[in-house]
Write a protein that binds this ligand. Structure first.
Ligand SMILES: [Zn+2]
Length: 284
């Protein structure tokens, strides 16, 4: 199976989909890889992580990504769209087109579900759903991954991930709200939990640390990335539809460039509706 992982930022595929990448063959399309043109630009997050020039920082991060993915994936496409901190975000339609022309030969597309609500992750998800709604990704199996570390940062992974116990099914509103977007667009979701053994956790941690300019800030004082209990799981949602997928609310090509991201949804109760499917968790 030719799998393409859509990675919003340079480190997201490694952080969220290491099991998939190791299973290969995999191609990664990273969306927000473009350096700002303005040499004096310093984005807020680059400043937090100690950069003095965002333009230089993007090239530094690209080298880190090259090192982290070396020998792990078949190919990498880094699209030149700008990270939200550079205030030049593309539209979902622009991103959908760029993904589509790089998908030839793919039969599985894995994209972020945007758990945690990061604006770039939402834009990546919405672009993929728009692409599906417009028939730009034909014949591809679709999977949405749980965004690490955001998906487990509130209070670790939900009980049903840790124990496969449907009775323990409980997540915070962020999960419900973001997954409801997929359900509203016409997808039915089936959760898949992958459990990493000690060696797989070590490999993932080692690769994650290669993103040297990002790791400490991402891990922060709580160890949200390096916590081995959190690293023990990766979660995906297999997506199926009856063919009538629509683009997310507020995301449509004809609405023009002013529409840049879908608004946050209220809790939709989508997780509760998954309860009958939890017994079919795979990959453990
Ligand atoms: Zn990211």
């Amino acid at each position: 199976m030719n799998t393409v992982v859509i990675s919003p930022h340079l480190d997201d595929a490694v952080l969220s989909c290491s099991t998939l990448l190791e299973a290969g063959p995999t191609k990664i399309i990273t969306i927000f890889s473009g350096p700002p043109v303005d040499h004096s630009m310093l984005g807020y997050y680059d400043e937090v992580t100690g950069a003095t020039s965002s333009r230089a920082r993007v090239f530094e991060r690209t080298h880190e990504d090259h090192e982290a993915l070396d020998g792990l994936v078949e190919s990498v496409v880094r699209l030149p769209f700008k990270d939200a901190q550079y205030l030049q975000s593309p539209t979902a339609a622009e991103v959908a087109d760029a993904i589509a022309i790089n998908l030839l030969g793919a039969d599985r597309v894995v994209f972020p579900s945007a758990l945690g609500g990061h604006i770039d992750h939402r834009l990546a998800r919405d672009a993929c759903v728009l692409g599906v709604a417009e028939g730009l990704f034909p014949e591809c199996e679709l999977t949405a991954f749980a965004d690490y570390p955001y998906a487990s940062e509130a209070d670790g992974w939900p009980a049903w991930v840790r124990t496969s116990d449907p009775m323990g099914l409980h997540v915070d509103a962020d999960w419900d709200g973001e997954l409801a977007v997929l359900a509203e667009c016409g997808f039915s979701l089936t959760p898949v939990v992958r459990r990493l053994d000690d060696a797989a956790i070590d490999r993932k941690l080692e690769r994650s640390r290669l993103y040297r300019t990002q790791f400490d800030a991402l891990d922060n004082e709580s160890g949200r990335v390096s916590n081995r209990e959190n690293l023990m799981f990766e979660v995906e949602f297999k997506l199926s539809s009856n063919g009538s997928v629509v683009s997310p609310k507020g995301v449509a090509r004809e609405l023009g460039p002013e529409v840049r991201a879908s608004p946050r949804r209220a809790s939709g109760g989508i997780i509760a509706s998954l309860r009958p499917k939890i017994g079919r968790l795979l990959g453990r």
